[in-house]
Design a protein. Structure first.
Length: 406
């Protein structure tokens, strides 16, 4: 992490925290409402899976294109357009019952929310990444969004039904727009470089993808992308087979929800500890060790035989996730440099989509052969091996840690 070059005004910090809060948590908030609505509409399980998976398609294909546009014309225009697109798509869901149209809505919503999150990361990289304290606050805001948003959506569903719940989702996406409007233009990019978005910009350029692949070869960027894949893969375990296992061993849904909430709450608190922790240990090594911890404390789940043990593991996983996220974002911003902030974030988004798509499929295949309990240990061991290789690489290239030292 680079040294701070000066204090960022609070009037700039707060809107960036807000855009991160709304954009990063939008998928979590939607995950409460959308499956319930699809199920109530009598849609088959296979079709539900197709709809839920559709949100990953456009970000996987075009996140790099969108990130390159942000680097060229600034994040403001694209973030506003993307968030408004999500807000519009979300309010249309209850009015449409035709599966192909629902899939299109979900694809556009997924791209809108992903681009909004890339915009938030671009603002973070430009204005906040130089300070571990700011990075910790940003990560705290991200966690609070995922902590507050889903219960609000669930409450709206219980009280007002589908239209009320989707209205909350649309308003949540609109919060991204409002936060972006309050970010000073100076926080975007130098005025001399800003220009109006043109229709010709909508066509993807092969050169943008080549530049992104070149950026991925930078040592620090390569490390962040690999660790991103490992961390998101571990999170995919928690989002998919973790509740399945807990239900299998007899835990009621309330206790499963408490375990997930505990993890989120500890993650939010621990993200504020980044500054003191990185004064003791190099940020890159903190990222590596906490990423290992986040994998270990979910993969040992079948070995834990009581709610108290599961609670401790959930809290420790939250601790690791809360410390690692702001460091990952800061190191990525440093590795990308000022002219490639959005493209760096887009690369990470692409890696996220790959990990989120492949992990549940792989774990399901392993479980069908070795059993569900064994699949936690086997997939966990593979992920730990990936982070272990990163650790060996960093140990052999001491110059990388020197560049990330605060």
């Amino acid at each position: 992490m680079t040294k701070a070059t000066g204090a960022t005004p609070l009037k700039t910090q707060i809107p960036i925290y807000a855009i991160g809060l709304f954009s990063n948590s939008l998928a979590d908030v939607a995950s409460v409402v959308l499956p319930l609505w699809l199920s109530n509409e009598g849609i088959t399980a296979a079709a539900i899976g197709l709809v839920l998976g559709a949100r990953h398609i456009l970000p996987f294909l075009f996140a790099i294109h969108g990130g390159a546009l942000m680097d060229r014309v600034g994040a403001r225009q694209l973030t506003i357009v993307s968030s408004l697109m999500s807000a519009l798509m979300l309010i249309l869901f209850p009015a449409i019952g035709w599966i192909p149209a629902i899939i299109v809505l979900q694809m556009l919503n997924g791209y809108g929310s992903s681009m909004s999150w890339i915009g938030a990361q671009a603002y973070f990289g430009r204005m906040l990444a130089h300070s571990p304290t700011y990075a910790g606050r940003f990560a705290f805001a991200l966690r609070m969004g995922s902590f507050i948003g889903p219960p609000l959506a669930g409450l709206a569903w219980d009280i007002f039904g589908a239209w009320g719940a989707f209205t909350v989702l649309s308003l949540w996406a609109t919060g991204i727009t409002m936060a972006t409007l309050f970010i000073p233009a100076s926080a975007d990019m130098p005025a001399a470089q800003r220009r109006t978005l043109a229709w010709s910009d909508m066509v993807p350029r092969a050169s943008d993808y080549r530049d992104a692949l070149t950026l991925a070869r930078e040592p620090a960027m390569k490390i962040v992308l690999i660790i991103t894949i490992m961390r998101i893969a571990a999170s995919s375990i928690q989002d998919s087979f973790y509740p399945v296992w807990l239900a299998f061993i007899g835990l009621p849904a309330t206790q499963i929800g408490i375990l997930i909430t505990v993890s989120s709450a500890v993650a939010a608190a621990s993200s504020l500890w980044v500054a003191p922790v990185t004064r003791i240990m190099n940020p890159l090594w903190v990222l590596i060790w906490t990423s290992m911890g986040s994998i270990i404390f979910v993969s040992i789940t079948p070995s834990l035989d009581s709610l108290s043990h599961l609670m401790v593991a959930a809290a420790l996983r939250g601790l690791c996730m809360g410390l690692s996220q702001p460091l990952m974002l800061s190191i990525l911003a440093d590795a990308a440099g000022p002219g490639f902030l959005a493209r760096g974030a887009a690369l990470r988004t692409t890696a996220n989509r790959v990990a989120a798509s492949v992990t549940p499929i792989s774990m399901g295949a392993v479980a069908s052969v070795a059993g569900l309990a064994a699949s936690f240990h086997i997939i966990g061991a593979v992920l730990l091996g990936g982070v272990g290789l990163v650790a060996l690489y960093v140990k052999r290239h001491a110059g990388i840690t020197d560049k990330t030292r605060d």
